[in-house]
Design a protein around this ligand. Structure first.
Ligand code: PRP
Length: 221
C-alpha cells in the first residue's frame, strides 16, 4: 500500500496559490481552507495529507519530519535556518526585505542610522545585514504590524517585507535599502526525500512542467 505524503501549507499570502499549484499536479485539497478549524486534512485517494501551519513554524514541521514537504517563502527560510532541502523555486509570492524610515526621518547615508532602534520580524536577517555594513543597531523583535514601530515611537526604523508597497505607503514610510528578494520555495525533510524519493521527485518534475507551461502562456499573451 502506498504511503501518505504530508504537505505543510502556510497560512497567509502564499496559501491560495500553493493550493492552486498543487491541484494542477493532481494533489487537489478539497475541504482545505485557511480558516478551517481542522488543521489536518487527508485525501485517501491521492494518499496526501495536508497540514496548515503558521508561516514561521512551517520549516520546523518539515525539519522534524512532521511534514515531508512544504511551501514557504525564502525570507522565512533565511530567517529560520532550519535543516531542510530546498527543492524548487516556485516563482510566486515575490517580495523583498527592506529597511524603511518615516519620510521625515530620512538621513543621507546608511551609517547615519547607527545606534537607532529597528523593529522587525526578521531579527537574524536584520542583524546580519547591519553587521555586514558595520553599523551597530538595536533590534526589537515583533511578530507582526511592524509598521506600527516608528508610528508610536517604539523604533526609528523597520526591517520588513514589502510586496505591493501599499503598507509602507499608507504608513508614510520610505524605503532606504533593499536587503534581499524572496519567492516561494518547495522544501523537503531530508530523510523523507530519500525514503519517498520516487513520489517527491515526480512531484518536483510535474511542478516544474506546470510552472514552465504557465510562463509560456504568459509570454504568448
Ligand atoms: C507583511 C509585511 C507588511 C506587508 C507588506 O505583513 O510585514 O506588513 O505584508 O505587504 P504590501 O507591501 O503588499 O503592503 P503580513 O500581511 O504578513 O502581516 P503582519 O503585519 O501581521 O506580519
Amino acid at each position: 500500500m502506498e504511503e501518505y505524503i504530508t504537505i505543510a501549507l502556510p497560512k497567509g499570502k502564499l496559501f491560495k496559490r500553493s493550493l492552486d499549484l498543487l491541484a494542477k499536479v493532481g494533489y487537489s485539497a478539497e475541504g482545505v481552507s485557511e480558516n478551517s478549524r481542522k488543521l489536518v486534512i487527508a485525501n485517501e485517494e491521492t494518499k496526501v495529507r495536508f497540514i496548515i501551519t503558521k508561516t514561521v513554524d512551517l520549516p520546523t514541521y518539515v525539519e522534524y519530519g512532521a511534514a515531508d514537504i512544504g511551501i514557504i517563502g525564502k525570507d522565512v527560510l533565511l530567517e529560520e535556518q532550519k535543516d531542510v532541502y530546498e527543492l524548487l523555486d516556485l516563482g510566486f509570492g515575490k517580495c523583498r526585505l527592506m529597511m524603511a524610515v518615516p519620510e521625515a526621518k530620512k538621513r543621507s547615508e546608511l551609517k547615519d542610522y547607527a545606534h537607532l532602534r529597528v523593529a522587525t520580524k526578521y531579527p537574524r536577517c536584520a542583524r546580519e545585514y547591519f553587521d555586514k555594513l558595520g553599523i551597530q543597531m538595536e533590534i526589537v523583535k515583533l511578530n507582526g504590524s511592524i509598521e506600527l514601530g516608528p508610528l508610536i515611537g517604539l523604533s526609528e526604523l523597520i526591517v520588513d517585507i514589502v510586496e505591493t508597497g501599499t503598507t509602507i505607503k499608507e504608513n508614510k514610510l520610505m524605503e532606504v535599502d533593499s536587503i534581499f528578494t524572496s519567492t516561494a520555495r518547495l522544501i523537503a525533510n531530508p530523510v523523507s526525500f530519500k525514503l519517498k524519493f520516487e513520489r517527491l521527485h515526480k512531484l518536483v518534475v510535474d511542478l516544474r512542467a506546470v510552472l514552465a507551461a504557465e510562463k509560456g502562456d504568459k509570454k504568448a499573451k
